[in-house]
Ligand binder design. Structure first.
Ligand SMILES: Cc1ncc(COP(=O)(O)O)c(C=O)c1O
Length: 406
């Protein structure tokens, strides 16, 4: 066990050491095979062991050289064009690359301020966030989010950003009017919450009100698609399930498929056009050629194998089976989600459920904070088979039974 050598990340002890993987399976150093029902940290969409991604990475590294991120490189331009032409909605022509979700959401906060600065409004510095939500582990993203357990110890939060409940449209109007629109740069939301709330969604009316008030006051509307973007919910982006019209789309995780650290902030042309001179600067490794090449290979696979459509199709099967097995279970409050993105809100603490599932060789993801104190998420690679889905759902049921019986 390498616990003693790996101290900075919270752990229970006894976690398996992973040496490789294939499809939906993780291989451990001691010869176990673990069914990955969470794509790691809800990252793996194309499954593990894809040689094509390794080949693309190798080629970029062999032929490549480092260049500062303000210079366009061949791989950066190829990935930008791919995203603009095939993945992003019409009108999103500008992409800023980062090395992951937190850097992307943090950059979106800066983008909102920079946009307002470019419009001559330096007093607009607040970005409204929601309860519950998670946007990353930089001090800026901790301040705009509301994930009680991940914020512990960081109070007072660096920036006193206003917060609203995830489903209350009137509260959004009220907070913007109370704080004063002339102080607000942006509004950030996960269209379908990830780890903080395990797939909570708001109504269509909520999103109409949010879109309307943000557009009315020129508050940048930012959708955090780090977890639910890039096909996870059965559409390219989670916001596309709702009447939600963002100005900025933030992604990470699935864009690199878990093979490389990669994130991207995409903005509408008219947003990027007014940015103040300082722009967003850059992270040294933003748009790293190797990471861009790997991401292009991930997107190639997603497109060629129709994996977004598969996430929708197999997701419907997953949802039906989860409801059939778990609705009415004494440990279960609610089963919700869509595509390859399901949350199971629990009446019992999630840690023993996750441990029970892992002891049966299935990895499910912990979630919950604030109004959703305990939950697990099922979010496997989109290539999961019917039999594997069965194994996931049956194992989760057995794990919940075991925890309830004790
Ligand atoms: C919605 C959301 N935003 C941002 C992040 C932060 O991403 P990362 O862990 O890649 O920094 C996460 C990570 O789980 C997330 O789920």
């Amino acid at each position: 066990m390498n616990d003693a050598r790996y101290h900075f990340i919270p752990h229970q002890g006894g976690e398996p050491t992973i040496v490789g993987g294939e499809g939906c399976w993780l291989h451990t150093a001691d010869g176990r095979r673990i069914l990955d029902a969470a794509g790691g940290a809800i990252v793996g969409n194309i499954g593990w062991g894809r040689k094509e991604v390794a080949d693309a990475t190798h080629a970029a590294m062999v032929h490549g050289a480092y260049s500062v991120p303000i210079w366009p490189s061949e791989q950066r331009l190829l990935l930008r064009d791919r995203l603009v032409e095939r993945w992003l909605p019409e009108g999103f022509t500008q992409v800023f690359f980062t090395s992951g979700g937190s850097e992307s959401t943090d950059s979106a906060l800066r983008l909102a301020r920079n946009y307002q600065l470019g419009k001559g409004r330096p007093n607009r510095w607040k970005v409204v966030g929601r309860h519950p939500s998670y946007h990353g582990m930089t001090l800026g993203t901790i301040a705009v989010a509301s994930h009680s357990t991940r914020q512990v110890g960081f109070e007072p939060l660096l920036l006193p950003f206003p917060k609203v409940p995830w489903n209350d449209a009137e509260a959004v109007v009220e907070v913007i009017e109370r704080e004063g629109p002339e102080t607000i740069a942006g509004f950030i939301a996960e269209p379908i919450t990830g780890a903080a709330g395990a797939c909570l969604t708001a109504s269509d009316d909520y999103w109409r009100v949010v879109t309307d008030i943000c557009h009315r006051y020129d508050i940048l509307l930012i959708t955090d698609e780090v977890m639910c973007g890039y096909g996870r919910t059965g559409l390219n982006f989670g916001f596309q399930h709702f009447p939600f019209e963002p100005d900025v789309i933030v992604g990470g995780k699935g864009l690199g498929g878990g093979y490389v650290p990669m994130g991207a902030v995409a903005a509408r042309t008219e947003v990027a056009d007014v940015l103040a001179e300082a722009g967003l600067m850059y992270f040294t490794f933003g748009g790293n050629d190797t990471a861009c090449a790997a991401s292009i290979a991930v997107l190639d696979i997603m497109e060629r194998e129709g994996l977004v459509e598969r996430a929708a199709k197999m997701g419907a099967v997953l949802g039906d089976r989860l409801h059939a097995e778990l609705d009415g279970h004494p440990a279960v409050v609610d089963v919700r989600g869509r595509g390859m993105f399901y949350g199971i809100e629990l009446r019992v603490p999630n840690a023993p459920v996750i441990a029970e599932a892992l002891s049966r060789d299935v990895w499910v993801y912990p979630a919950g904070s604030g109004p959703v104190p305990s939950a697990v998420m099922i979010a496997p690679p989109f290539v999961i088979t019917d039999d594997e889905l069965d194994q996931v759902v049956t194992t989760l049921r057995m794990s919940l039974d075991a925890v309830t019986a004790t």
